[in-house]
Design a protein around this ligand. Structure first.
Ligand code: NDP
Length: 471
């Protein structure tokens, strides 16, 4: 009997997704190339899972292709970039029109559009599907963001929706996102939001640590915050990881403080520049990782610039302030991420439904949180509106603005680097000031480059140029 669903790439994610499909009763066939030194992958995977009669695996591509039901449904879980193109080229000669390829890796959405166009010419359907949740999510239920050919999506929806995480109404955390690379696009912005959420927790840690809070108390504090409105997967794992010891020391104190990155945060920043939307919390989180990676330089600079000022902080007054600051910075970061998605969706006519998107991010993915639950209804109530104009968020931010400002300024007085907190506060201040200082920018542009400007006292359809130097 042929298999219903094929999966290529038995790496971290591919293995977990294959098992997830098998655990849901899908007749699944996996393939991994037989690279030198990696010959054991397929036999080992099979022997570890010999109790699953509906799971098969092979390292022969011909066998893989011929053993799949038609139209073939083949999901790729290989490294993003050249590997995806290479696998597509390997498959193409043996595929039939109507077959469906799903790319589940973190591919760039421009590549996904290119592959979509290329495969369409050959009669092959292509679905670019963002997958979030890491190894465990892939096994137990990831959040899935499929984009591309709608007709093809409908054929694979029963499989993806079955293996996805469940939302609170027991619906799958998987929904059709939009044409072309829309699925990979939202996965990319998801990762951008994730970068900034991670950095906010790191900055919170820095403030509390510098103010003298011991690690074990911080773990308890984060666990306590995680019981209420601030509940999120990232806060939960941080509370957990802070408790881990290596001998007498906390492991966190032994970790070399230079952050790695694989690209999606940077890609989302570039994409934000392309549509011209403010993206500062996320771009700052990418830059914070870049600066952290310059550890040797930072060591030298810290010696030259000397110690940080020792300022006594009363933790009991600081903690509630930081808690409110953290809550508001998270709201602002989400507003920035979703606004970027809305603008790009409008630009490409993708019609992305923000409420549905928030829904599939309420479980399975790395940025799941109770705030995300709130966004499902908030975007449903006003899908066209900027998130920070929703009455509940206006109330929240008005109520915590003073605390956000004080927390940032106290942290800066301790000479801490708080780029994402500061970016959130600056966004809020910029967003809520009717009169910005951009009149100066416009005047400067016109002065040196005759770029013209509009006037508040004249119709905006008219552009003016002034002879600035004719005093
Ligand atoms: P791994 O490195 O664990 O696995 C990569 C797989 O791709 C291996 O099976 C590898 O085969 C195969 N492969 C690579 N190049 C080729 C090729 N040219 N032809 C055939 N097969 C190839 O990666 P992950 O499973 O971690 O990631 C896969 C994708 O999923 C990436 O795009 C990643 O960004 C994305 N992703 C990863 C997440 C994670 O938490 N790890 C979360 C969400 C998405 P071989 O063993 O023979 O080298």
């Amino acid at each position: 009997k042929k298999s219903e669903f094929g999966l290529i790439g038995l790496g971290v994610m591919g293995k977990s997704l294959t098992l997830n499909l098998a655990n849901h009763g899908v007749e699944v066939l996996a393939y991994n190339r037989q690279a030198e030194g990696e010959e054991h992958i397929v036999p080992q995977f099979l022997s570890e899972n010999s109790d699953k009669p509906n799971l098969r695996a092979t390292n022969q591509l011909k066998e893989f292709i011929s053993e799949l039901e038609i139209p073939r449904k083949i999901m790729l879980m290989v490294n993003a970039g050249a590997a995806v193109d290479a696998v597509i080229e390997d498959l193409l000669p043996s595929l039939d029109p109507g077959d469906i390829i799903i790319d589940g890796g973190n591919s760039h959405y421009h590549d996904t559009k290119r592959r979509n166009d290329y495969l369409k010419e050959k009669g092959i359907h292509f679905v670019g599907c963002g997958v979030s949740g890491g190894e465990e999510g892939a096994l137990k239920g990831p959040s899935m963001m499929p984009g591309g050919d709608k007709e093809a999506y409908e054929k694979i929806a029963p499989y993806l929706e079955r293996i996805a995480a469940r939302d609170k109404n027991d619906e799958g955390c998987c929904t059709y996102i939009g044409r072309e690379g829309a699925g990979h696009f939202v996965k990319m912005v998801h990762n951008g939001i994730e970068y900034a959420e991670m950095q906010l927790i790191a900055e919170t840690y820095a403030m509390l640590r510098t103010a003298g809070m011991p690690i074990d108390q911080m773990a308890e504090l984060f666990e306590d915050w995680n019981q209420g409105d601030l509940k999120s997967y990232l806060l939960e794992i941080t509370a957990d990881l802070l408790t881990v010891k290596d001998g007498d020391e906390y492991l966190i104190d032994l970790i070399y403080d230079a952050a790695g990155q694989k690209g999606t945060g940077g890609w989302s920043t570039t994409a934000a520049l392309d549509v011209g939307v403010p993206f500062s919390t996320i771009s700052e989180s990418v830059m914070a990782r870049c600066l952290s990676a310059q550890k040797p330089l930072r060591i030298r600079a810290s010696r030259l610039y000397g110690e940080r000022p020792v300022i006594e902080r009363d933790l009991q007054t600081l903690i509630p302030k930081i808690k409110q600051a953290y809550q508001s910075a998270r709201v602002i970061n989400h507003a920035i991420g979703f606004e970027m998605i809305k603008k790009t969706s409008e630009e490409n006519n993708w019609g992305i439904n923000l409420s549905q998107l928030a829904r599939i991010w309420t479980n399975g993915c790395i940025i799941r949180s109770s705030l995300m639950e709130e966004l499902v209804s908030s975007f449903k109530a006003s899908p066209e509106e900027h998130m920070l104009l929703a009455p509940s968020f206006v109330d929240l931010l008005k109520g915590s603005r003073k605390e956000l400002t004080e927390a940032v300024s106290e942290g800066l007085q301790m000479f801490l680097s708080l780029p994402v907190y500061a970016a959130a506060l600056n966004y809020l201040n910029g967003f809520t000031n009717e009169q910005s200082s951009a009149n100066i920018i416009q005047a400067q542009r016109d002065y040196f480059g005759a770029h013209t400007f509009q006037r508040k006292d004249k119709p905006l359809s008219k552009y003016f140029h002034s002879q600035w130097t004719n005093k």
